[in-house]
Design a protein around this ligand. Sequence first.
Ligand code: HEM
Ligand SMILES: *[C@@H]1O[C@H](CO)[C@@H](O)[C@H](O)[C@H]1NC(C)=O
Ligand SMILES: *[C@@H]1O[C@H](CO)[C@@H](O)[C@H](O)[C@H]1NC(C)=O
Ligand SMILES: *[C@@H]1O[C@H](CO)[C@@H](O)[C@H](O)[C@H]1NC(C)=O
Ligand SMILES: *[C@@H]1O[C@H](CO)[C@@H](O)[C@H](O)[C@H]1NC(C)=O
Ligand SMILES: *[C@@H]1O[C@H](CO)[C@@H](O)[C@H](O)[C@H]1NC(C)=O
Ligand SMILES: *[C@@H]1O[C@H](CO)[C@@H](O)[C@H](O)[C@H]1NC(C)=O
Ligand SMILES: *[C@@H]1O[C@H](CO)[C@@H](O)[C@H](O)[C@H]1NC(C)=O
Ligand SMILES: *[C@@H]1O[C@H](CO)[C@@H](O)[C@H](O)[C@H]1NC(C)=O
Length: 341
Amino acid sequence: MAEEEQNRLIMGSTMVQLIGVIGILSCFAVVFTQAQLQTGFYDHSCPKAEKLIMQFVHEHIPNAPSLAAALLRMHFHDCFVRGCDASILLNVTSTNPSNSTERTSPPNLSVRGFDFIDRVKAIVEAECPGVVSCADIIALVARDSVVVTGGPSWSVPTGRRDGKISNATESLLNIPGPNFNFSRLTTSFANKGLNITDLVLLSGAHTIGIGHCTSFSNRLYNFTGVGDEDPLLDSEYAANLRKFKCTVPNDTVTFVEMDPGSFRTFDLDYYKLVLKRRGLFQSDAALTTDSNAKDFIVRLVNGPPSLFFKAFGHAMEKMGRVDLKTGTQGEIRKQCALTNN
Ligand code: HEM
Ligand SMILES: *[C@@H]1O[C@H](CO)[C@@H](O)[C@H](O)[C@H]1NC(C)=O
Ligand SMILES: *[C@@H]1O[C@H](CO)[C@@H](O)[C@H](O)[C@H]1NC(C)=O
Ligand SMILES: *[C@@H]1O[C@H](CO)[C@@H](O)[C@H](O)[C@H]1NC(C)=O
Ligand SMILES: *[C@@H]1O[C@H](CO)[C@@H](O)[C@H](O)[C@H]1NC(C)=O
Ligand SMILES: *[C@@H]1O[C@H](CO)[C@@H](O)[C@H](O)[C@H]1NC(C)=O
Ligand SMILES: *[C@@H]1O[C@H](CO)[C@@H](O)[C@H](O)[C@H]1NC(C)=O
Ligand SMILES: *[C@@H]1O[C@H](CO)[C@@H](O)[C@H](O)[C@H]1NC(C)=O
Ligand SMILES: *[C@@H]1O[C@H](CO)[C@@H](O)[C@H](O)[C@H]1NC(C)=O
């Protein structure tokens, strides 16, 4: 009896210890799984990094203004494939597990600025070698590029780590296409933890930049296979595009400003165009096919630009957290186009 009692006591205290250990472990687990980005992550390890990046963007984008849009889009494409881990920057090399990388996948159309990122990386590496990830550089450059176009600034917490895998097929599977309808868009965004509010706000990025005719030719020439145009596209605008821009179906060279008149200025005009059925892609027009999304667009258009700006910044910060690698995951690449080994 006494022994049993003792056993029970020991068992009991073991249980208490076990529970304690589990408690401590689960605390660690919580800390570990919540390993998150931090504002000023490089404050001690590379205090000048963010400033050097910002200076480079402010100095060089004015000489190549079309890059601002390309660099913003690069961040989106990076985050939607394997998270924001700079996988979009990896080159095809003989040692890659995948012989065709994201940057060679068809959705890369007009994704540019790889050299720009390489130059920023070189400057940051000279300041503090092996410290600042390419993924953080993309996120910071995207934010600073928007600022240069007259758009909002937002907080870019850092501490992202670079991935080692890039796979062209995954790019095709994860990046929404210009022909997506509303339900496919919402599914694509929901897969990345982004909701309809985020979808509408982030699509506002189309206030800057261009689209190639191939991205919307079907809307002009043969929408349902009977030589028709997309009924969701303003027919006068469609006629103009056929006459002056995309004069033959599937012209792969010509491109069109997505927000004609202010395609280099970050403003509300994209949403105004979308409401006038002049959004360039089906995916832009699709935002008006859902009453909640459309109401939200109307509110953005009627509000002061600061309403859109602030909300866009929040949505960008949220997109910048998609499927992160932090802590000891991944690596800090030495060159953005190559994994370290
Ligand atoms: C909602 C789903 C989206 C679709 C279907 C989509 C599709 C596209 C397409 C097809 C192009 C033109 C590519 C070309 O023809 O050259 C484009 C351009 C662009 N996209 Fe999106 N996009 C989406 C969301 C976003 C998001 C979330 C961002 C950034 C936050 C973004 C930023 C841009 C920018 C800035 C450009 C212009 C690029 C340049 O001028 O080089 N897009 N997008
Ligand atoms: C990556 O590929 C691009 C385009 O082919 C090339 O210009 C660049 O030099 C390559 N970068 C590295 C580090 O190999
Ligand atoms: C690339 O991704 C596709 C789709 O997930 C997968 O089927 C394929 O095996 C991957 N390729 C490599 C080399 O991992
Ligand atoms: C890539 O790998 C696949 C599967 O191994 C192969 O079929 C294809 O030919 C390769 N492509 C190139 C460009 O090497
Ligand atoms: C983008 O993809 C196309 C089609 O796969 C490819 O021909 C082109 O070289 C790629 N562009 C870049 C910058 O890699
Ligand atoms: C959206 O597109 C998908 C794929 O083409 C289709 O299956 C679905 O029915 C479409 N949804 C609506 C609401 O049109
Ligand atoms: C989307 O998420 C944001 C927070 O990230 C929230 O403020 C917003 O209300 C959500 N929108 C919808 C439609 O759930
Ligand atoms: C439109 O598409 C249909 C079906 O793909 C094809 O049979 C027809 O020739 C096309 N018409 C034009 C004008 O391209
Ligand atoms: C244009 O490209 C689309 C998609 O690749 C294709 O379905 C269509 O037949 C092409 N049209 C012409 C006229 O080449």
